[in-house]
Design a protein around this ligand. Structure first.
Ligand code: GLN
Length: 477
């Protein structure tokens, strides 16, 4: 196997034993990117010579393993544009807290950033200003979104591991579509300082990796209290690798009946049922449970998320960051900048969000959505009184064709029907590869746990992974 195909923990061992060097790892990534990137397009701004040259030499950072970063996480001096025209040319003067933590741990920040839906609005990576990323398992299909670039880069071995962000499923759903591991941490576990905000009450940064051990290591590095993020929670960070015990005997797993209804693809359903049987064979005890407010999750999410997005995006007016349209009239400059800088989906969300927050509609939509959000959270609290975790599909289907849902926003929004409730409730969840469709597309198993019980996720996902081979398969590119 080439170095770029290995997991981070395998490479860390090799580095420790002096069997390889960071430069050799970067060279193998560089060779892989040259070979497959024209097909996959996981990275953006590849044509900027200063960045692609940086793949080879960033001497000061060669102390460690390279890590790929989504384009909405601030990296000092490196372009961070949320794959939007409106942030064109923005190079943050500071690092996000997660980047600081990675650098302190000796990681090398990969100079190319991963593609994403503009401002993380989407489930397919088709809303990127730079054009879509292709699924490494089938280039005609989407990689999922919005962290599609990060997931495709890891799946195609163009990255060792990566960071994504998850507001309604943007780590787990692309991980599921690309056959890799993705974790959305508990709200408040990982600092959001330096993550360009989509919906501040839902956003979390998390790992996208080749296996569960790497996810546990990376979560450990990026987690922890940060005074720069007022929603960061001051709670100790355990050594997550200690939860990789390989034992789930007696674990109580709830299977939510609302997740196995019309809309769930028949083939995906069978694969998930087989995975649940596997967990049972490994000693877990499963029971059907109910999350009765599940049907409201998508509408509630699209009210709260767009409300917050419309407010967060108000700062992009051509004055402080990125793109500015030319006009000698200030108001006209604002208008033109936003008209030309935002893509279609961003404009749709700004409009929807402004509407639900406006006088006369606030109570009917926004306030009501907040109340139903509480009910959704209480559904989980109730189940977690009796169960250690909840297991369900990550997505109702495997990866769909590029273009298939782009014209139908409602259909696109339904891609996240199984991931969104987790963000509304603030709980952690992981997606782990659990099989392939007959057409050769990966399927992910989602495991959810109580707030701040990421250890439970790692324990269950790792045990499942170590008793299956899905994570070892590689796309042919
Ligand atoms: N697909 C969902 C949306 O479009 C979630 C995106 C995300 O998690 N960033 O909002």
């Amino acid at each position: 196997m080439e170095l770029n195909q290995l997991t981070a923990h395998e490479l860390l061992e090799k580095l420790k034993a002096r069997q390889t060097t960071p430069k050799a790892i970067l060279d193998s990534l560089h060779a892989r990117i040259q070979k497959v990137e024209p097909k996959v397009k996981a990275y953006v701004r590849l044509d900027e010579p200063s960045l692609s040259k940086g793949i080879k030499i960033r001497k000061e950072e060669l102390g460690g393993l390279p890590i790929t970063i989504k384009d909405n996480i601030c990296t000092e001096g490196l372009p961070t544009e949320c794959c939007s025209k409106i942030l064109q040319g923005f190079r943050p003067p500071y690092d996000a807290t997660v980047i600081n933590k990675l650098k302190e741990s000796g990681a090398a920040i990969f100079p190319l950033k991963a593609n994403m839906d503009e401002f993380a609005f989407g489930s397919s990576c088709e809303n990127s200003y730079f054009g879509p990323t292709h699924n490494p398992w089938n280039l005609d299909c989407v990689p999922g979104g919005s962290s599609g670039g990060s997931a495709a880069a890891v799946a195609s071995d163009e990255a060792i591991w990566a960071l994504g962000s998850d507001t309604g499923g943007s780590i787990r759903q692309p991980a599921s579509f690309c056959g890799v591991v993705g974790l959305k941490p508990t709200y408040g576990r990982v600092s959001r300082f330096g993550l360009i905000a989509f919906a501040s009450s839902l956003d979390q940064i998390g790992p996208i990796t080749k296996d569960v051990r790497d996810a546990a290591i990376l979560t450990g590095i990026i987690s922890g209290y940060d005074p720069l993020d007022s929603t960061s929670v001051n709670q100790g960070v355990p050594d997550y690798t200690k939860s990789l015990s390989g034992d789930i005997k007696g674990l109580k797993i709830g299977i939510p009946k609302e997740y196995f209804v019309a809309g769930l693809d028949a083939e995906v359903k069978i694969i998930i049922e087989e995975a649940v049987n596997k967990l049972k064979n490994l000693g877990a005890v499963t029971n059907q449970v109910s999350l009765p407010h599940t049907e409201y999750a998508v509408p509630v999410y699209y009210i709260i998320a767009t409300a917050e997005a419309s407010s967060n995006l108000a700062r992009f007016d051509g004055v402080q960051y990125g793109y500015r349209a030319q006009s000698d009239n200030l108001i006209q400059m604002y208008k033109l900048t936003r008209a030309q800088g935002f893509g279609r989906e961003a404009k749709r969300r700004i409009r929807l969000g402004t509407f639900v927050l406006s006088h006369g509609y606030y109570d009917a939509y926004y306030l009501l959505a907040l109340k139903v959000r509480t009910l959704i959270k209480q559904d989980f609290d109730k189940v977690f009184r009796d169960f250690d975790c909840i297991v369900a599909p990550t997505s109702p289907t495997s990866a769909f064709k590029i273009g298939e849902r782009a014209q139908d926003p409602l259909k696109m929004y339904l891609s996240d029907i199984y991931t969104i409730s987790v963000n509304l409730a603030g709980i952690p969840a992981i997606s782990v590869p659990c099989g392939f469709t007959k057409k050769g597309l990966p399927v992910g198993l989602q495991i959810m746990a109580r707030p701040f019980n990421e250890e439970m996720l790692f324990r269950a996902a790792h045990t499942f992974e170590q008793n299956t081979d899905w994570h070892k398969l590689k796309p042919r590119l």
